[in-house]
Design a protein around this ligand. Structure first.
Ligand SMILES: Cc1cc2nc3c(=O)[nH]c(=O)nc-3n(C[C@H](O)[C@H](O)[C@H](O)COP(=O)(O)O)c2cc1C
Length: 127
């Protein structure tokens, strides 16, 4: 937030900080400290694209934070968490819903398999 504050003070355009925002309390703190004009979020949208409305009307106090239930990243293959979220994006695209039954390893493996499949399809088309 200190870093964002300095950036914001040096700019005349709006600043959006993204990364780890989950609770309304912390979001409001960041806004009231004038550290950012906008709160950016990434992973919560993948789990539930409708969550901001519930957050804004006070139905929930925190954005979805499923990654907090995952094993420590040093105990997972490199890129597994990101790949798990990418797998969920492919599920949203293909089935309009996420697959929260898949654990990190499963999501990771399935995403790698889907990339391989798509790559092979492209290579076939290119001949
Ligand atoms: C599936 C996925 C893809 C992402 N792709 C990009 C990207 O292309 N460029 C980028 O700057 N950040 C990318 N990010 C990082 C997000 O923009 C964001 O900084 C990060 O998820 C931290 O915010 P969060 O804690 O709200 O998720 C990606 C994150 C995820 C989960």
């Amino acid at each position: 937030m200190e870093y964002a504050k300095e950036i914001k003070a040096a700019l005349t355009i709006p600043v959006m900080v993204t990364g780890g925002f989950r609770t309304v309390l912390i979001m409001n703190d960041a806004l009231s400290l004038s550290a950012t004009d906008l709160i950016g979020m990434g992973r919560p949208f993948i789990i539930d694209p409708a969550f901001p409305k519930a957050l804004l009307v006070g139905e929930i106090e925190s954005a979805p934070a499923i990654e907090q239930t995952f094993p420590e990243s040093e105990n997972l293959p490199r890129g597994a968490v990101l790949n798990w979220f990418c797998y969920q994006l492919t599920q949203l695209g293909e089935h309009s819903t996420v697959d929260l039954n898949a654990d990190v390893q499963q999501g990771h493996q399935r995403y790698l398999a889907s990339i391989e499949l798509q790559t092979n399809k492209l290579l076939k088309i290119r001949g």
